[in-house]
Ligand binder design. Sequence first.
Ligand code: NAD
Ligand code: MG
Length: 404
Amino acid sequence: MQPVQETSETASSPVAAPRRLAVLGATGSIGTQTLDIVRLFPDRLSVQVLTARRNAARLLQQALEFRPACVVIDDPEGYRQLREALAGTGIEVLQGEEGLCACVQRPDVDVVVAALVGFAGLRPVLAALEAGKLVALANKETLVAGGALVHEALRRYGGTLIPVDSEHSAIFQCLVGEEPASVEALILTASGGPFRTRPLETFDRITPDEALCHPNWSMGAKVTVDSATMMNKGLEVIEAHWLFELPAERIQVLVHPQSIVHSMVTFVDGSTKAQLGVPDMRLPIQYALSYPERWEAPHERIDWVQLGQLDFEAPDPARFPCLPLAYEALRRGGTAPAVLNAANEQAVQLFLQEQIRFTDIARLVEAALEYLSEPEPVPSYEHLQEADRRARHYVLELAGVAAH
Ligand code: NAD
Ligand code: MG
């Protein structure tokens, strides 16, 4: 995927109608920050759809503020509460995955912000692309598990994908004005998380509270634990592979504790471009919504003198075994990335529930990858769903936790 160069059709016009958003996962970290951007640009952005899994109270509050045409909630009790609370407002209330897939295809939606977490994002993203929508993608698990299907949907239906993840937004920004053939390698930066310097022999005793304490970013629980194991960077390598169509060998990872350089691109002439900014997800979210324009905004600027220096180091595979596992899954292809993703989602959940140790996450993912991945060239959605289900079940079994 390459940035589309600005043309007269995409150029800004003072009378342009607001872009109408469907925000999937509106109550989460990316979802609420997306709504911050809508508040900053009420003339340029409007909200048509808001969705959440369980938090009916917050979704109701957001619906009353933004007055969307439709809200979707997964939880049956939340659905009942919202129907009651929104009766007479004209706001439609839908439920579950069917509701998600229907709302993204609405003709009054221009942009779908995919900010839900996990494999659950894949079907609604495919539905949005099938309706030819522009998808601002935060939900990296969608591309990890279903990259081939997303590619196929983009090719067939002509939708557009713009990355929200800060590293991929950085690369996307570095590629504006460049030919795909001039790219030599992508360099994804990683903060190294909270355990970059913690003694390795104490990793067995890491608690969920410690893993949830990220030095630079405030994010949802799952992605925060993924950052602590560096599985997050592994998932991002696979995400970059599908977004920018480069093989694993040309996607490198570099630890950069300050999280100021969000990622880089090295070109065939030896030149490297980087995109920098303070660690604030509202910047890449805004760029995905304003692209190809840049909108003036009061976000914090880098204070170069106070910052003083930028540090870089190689990632340590012994400390972060999830990173080589993700490369391995990408090299294997087929259902391997979907298995890696599902095993990781399940293992992270077990770790957060204090049912397994921090170090068990990589062990369980490795076992699932070893025994369950299949070399299917382009797995169907049903195939991926089955691989996802089996990997979760396998992890529960290995961890000695009853499946439910
Ligand atoms: P979060 O846990 O804060 O929010 C997730 C949202 O999705 C919530 O609104 C929740 O209700 C909804 N949701 C969760 N599971 C669902 C399901 N099964 N069905 C329907 N809705 C569901 O997560 P987040 O931190 O905002 O992350 C969202 C995505 O963005 C993740 O894929 C993450 O990796 C990615 N991402 C997040 C950040 C960040 O700063 N938070 C940065 C880069 C990428
Ligand atoms: Mg990221």
